[in-house]
Design a protein around this ligand. Structure first.
Ligand SMILES: C[S@@+](CC[C@H](N)C(=O)[O-])C[C@H]1O[C@@H](n2cnc3c(N)ncnc32)[C@H](O)[C@@H]1O
Length: 192
C-alpha cells in the first residue's frame, strides 16, 4: 500500500499562487537562509531563488527529489531534519503539514533548526472534514475515494497549531486566509 507521501507523483503546478503570500509574510532580508519543508521537486523554491532568496528545500518523497528542478532539494523527513540547531532564519511550508504523521515531532524539529527570532510561515487546507479536499486524489492514487484520510492525516486550524507548538520556543503570531475565496489558512509563528 502506498504511503501518503508517495501520493504526489503528480502535483498541480499552481505554486505561483503561493509565492507572493509566502514572501510577504516571510519578510526575508539580505543574507538570511530559508528552508522549505515538503518542497516536492522544488517548483516554489525555484521561484523564491529567482527572487534572490537563499533557500533550500527538503521532501520525504524520493521520486519527487529525483525530479528536482533546482539543486538545493534534499530527500529528508520533516520529523528528522539533518541540519544543525539554529541553521535557518526562516522556514516555510505549503500544503505539507497535514501529511506529516508525527506533526508534534516535525514542529520540534522546525523549532530546533530555526534561529532565535526566526519566523515560520505555514499554508495548509481549511477542511471542514479531514480528507475532503483530496477525495479525487484518493481515487487516482488508491482507486478508492474513501482513502482520502490516508493522504490528509490531520484536519488543522490555527487553534490546533497552537497545541502542536506547546513545549517549544515557537510562539503563535497570526493566521489568515492568504488567497481570498480559497479554503486555506496561512499561519505565522516566531521563535523567541
Ligand atoms: C501536497 S504536496 C505539496 C508540495 C509543495 N509544497 C506544493 O505546494 O506544491 C505535499 C508534500 O509534502 C511532502 N511530505 C509529506 N510528508 C513529509 C514529511 N514527513 N517530510 C517531508 N516532506 C513530506 C510530500 O512528499 C509532498 O511533496
Amino acid at each position: 500500500m502506498k504511503e501518503a507521501s508517495e501520493s504526489y507523483g503528480f502535483i498541480f503546478e499552481i505554486d505561483f499562487l503561493w509565492a507572493d503570500p509566502v514572501l510577504k509574510k516571510l519578510n526575508v532580508r539580505s543574507g538570511e537562509r530559508v528552508l522549505e519543508i515538503g518542497c516536492n521537486k522544488g517548483m516554489l523554491l525555484r521561484k523564491l531563488q529567482k527572487r534572490n532568496v537563499d533557500a533550500i528545500g527538503i521532501d520525504v518523497n524520493k521520486k519527487a527529489v529525483q525530479k528536482k528542478v533546482v539543486d538545493e532539494v534534499y530527500e529528508m523527513n520533516a520529523e528528522n531534519l539533518k541540519f544543525k540547531n539554529e541553521s535557518f532564519d526562516k522556514i516555510y511550508s505549503v500544503h505539507t503539514i497535514e501529511h506529516i504523521p508525527n506533526l508534534k515531532k516535525a514542529f520540534k524539529e522546525m523549532d530546533r533548526v530555526l534561529k532565535p527570532g526566526g519566523r515560520i510561515v505555514l499554508i495548509y487546507p481549511a477542511e471542514p472534514i479531514r480528507g475532503l479536499f483530496v477525495v479525487l486524489r484518493a481515487l487516482f492514487v488508491y482507486g478508492n475515494p474513501l482513502k482520502a484520510r490516508k493522504i490528509h492525516l490531520h484536519k488543522l486550524n490555527p487553534k490546533k497549531i497552537k497545541g502542536y507548538i506547546k513545549g517549544t520556543k515557537l510562539k503563535y503570531i497570526e493566521s489568515g486566509f492568504p488567497i481570498p475565496l480559497t479554503p486555506q489558512y496561512l499561519t505565522v509563528l516566531e521563535k523567541e
